[in-house]
Design a protein around this ligand. Sequence first.
Ligand code: UDX
Ligand code: UDX
Length: 432
Amino acid sequence: MKLCMIGAGYVGLVSGACFSDLGNSVICVDSNLKKINDLKNGIIPIYEPGLEELVKKNYKVGRIKFTNDLKHAVISSDIIFICVGTPTKRNSFQADLSQIYKVTKDIRKHIKKFKIIITKSTVPITTGDKIEKIILEKKARKLFAVVSNPEFLREGEAIRDFMYPDRIIIGTNNKKANNLLKNLYDPIIKRGRKYLNTSRRGAELIKYASNAFLATKISYINEISNLCEKTGVDIEDVSIGMGLDQRIGSRFLRAGPGYGGSCFPKDTRALIGTAEKYNTSLSIVKSTIKSNDQRQKILFNRVKKILKNKINNKKITFLGVTFKANTDDMRESLSLKLIPKLHKLGGKISYYDPSGKKECFEKYKNVHFFNKISLACEKSDLIILHTEWNEFKNLNFKKLIKKKNFIIYDLRNVYSHKKMISNKINYYGIGV
Ligand code: UDX
Ligand code: UDX
């Protein structure tokens, strides 16, 4: 089938690459010319395992193309995926949909024969209705169908999540569109993956309700971990014990630094914003947001306690600074809060991240990037294990740090508390 992805960001690029690998002809459009030129030259703008190989392979055989010519892309495609950003509006809980409506009007100009227009970006309930209304101002109803097909792609696992999803959600009551999309997803459905056709508003809400639920699950276990720290219970035992109950399930039950990233924070906020519009109180989601906001304060206070309130001149090393492992994404990462606060108290911060140096820390005098774990860790007073990249999972801290009396604060519980203590390492984890 002939597809185009409007917006070659995280979601548009991954989805486009995967669709092309399934044999479709895909055009990725982006208004950012540099991004398009880079992609044409094989430079992938984001770090995502497997993406570069997939893009290069399909680009070589002409199944995926990159352009900033939206007109050409829309005219030559049957199915158009909208994958532009939907950030939170400044000082509000509402999603900023300006990019969505802008591209809707751009697409509208070039609809001459039947097109399926799909929102893959996360959009609040009724956005599909509004897109339809905008197009109907200029084009006949029979020329298009607006469908919601939310993405459930985790950064770092995005290709696997696309190719082997738990479910594909298609929100439309248009039979023709549903049949075409079922065909499009057929290679994935054939792998035994579930396909659910629902109403458009239903699909829009499924996305938000899912992300808010997962964010709540994480916040819940994080709060339980606070109790563990006070009562001498190991949170890992609690997570395993709870997760074995199939009604609960073990996934997304890892206590840690709080959820970050480009989706959970903005989607929980936007869900509250939508509920308020409809005079509905989502008190649980509100508590989740509050709990996650408090998490960074709790962890900052714990760092201070671990260092006995003596931060000045202490060498503090961050292993990983992104919001989680296997991504270069810094959006809503705990390190963005923790590093400036510790720096302000006189801490000398060094960090290593497998995805490289981060511009956002350039402005701090005493925050330095090292391109080797050993260089970042040498002579450190405190190591904060901030993300769980594989290369952090088997470190010999004594050899790396070359100093007595260092402390490890493992925000991802990568290491066994018992083993660390028996190795005489001053170790702290989450919920232990
Ligand atoms: C986006 C949404 O924010 C998210 O809610 C959704 O679930 C998936 O899509 P992401 O792919 O991470 O997430 O967005 P981003 O990395 O910001 O990429 C959007 C791309 O669209 C950018 O490359 C931007 O240049 C492009 N864009 C934006 C256009 O091509 N045209 C526009 O008018 C606006
Ligand atoms: C999320 C959704 O999972 C995905 O379906 C899509 O909607 C995009 O948003 P992503 O933000 O890439 O994916 O990462 P995810 O793996 O969901 O993690 C989000 C945050 O929760 C991270 O900060 C992660 O470290 C944290 N997390 C996750 C935990 O603290 N504990 C867990 O058990 C799982």
